[in-house]
Design a protein around this ligand. Structure first.
Ligand SMILES: [Zn+2]
Length: 153
């Protein structure tokens, strides 16, 4: 267990500049010096700024009522049976099957699991099917420096 260079306390240490000397100190002692941010944390911060989460929407497939009714009839169970099995009201199942009510994402997931069917589709903000491809390029410290220079010129 590493211990604080100033008081000897064990635990999570931070690098801090205390009177011109770089020390590993505990959070309590860190306030006496100037904290030195580690390069790793710097990169992470830059990455968070640049990273954009893809906006995606869960869409219930348009033919949900037909799919659910067909699957239920194939399974040979009544609306009431189905309602009990997935802990929903029979009236909810009836409305969903008749197309009067679109199932909630939560209900759709229960039906998906129960019937092994697909009722939810993911769409991105442009309305197209969401690509599973993601940018995995590593953001290096070099990139971080270039971005910083660009931003502060
Ligand atoms: Zn300390």
């Amino acid at each position: 267990m590493p211990s604080c260079d100033m008081c000897g306390a064990e635990g999570k240490l931070v690098r801090a500049l205390v009177e011109g000397t770089e020390l590993n100190v505990c959070s309590g002692c860190a306030k006496f010096g100037k904290a030195i941010p580690s390069p790793v944390r710097f990169v992470k911060k830059q990455k968070e700024v640049r990273e954009q989460k893809p906006e995606s929407l869960d869409i219930i497939v348009p033919e949900y009522s037909r799919i659910i009714r067909k699957k239920r009839e194939e399974a040979g169970i009544s609306q009431d049976d189905l309602a009990k099995k997935i802990a929903e009201k029979q009236s909810v199942i009836q409305k969903v099957e008749s197309g009067q009510m679109e199932p909630s994402i939560n209900l759709a997931k229960k039906l998906e699991n129960f019937f092994k069917i697909r009722l939810i589709e993911k769409y991105d903000e442009k309305g197209g099917a969401l690509s599973t491809k993601r940018k995995t390029a590593e953001f290096t410290i070099g990139d971080a420096i270039r971005v910083k220079q660009k931003g502060t010129k």
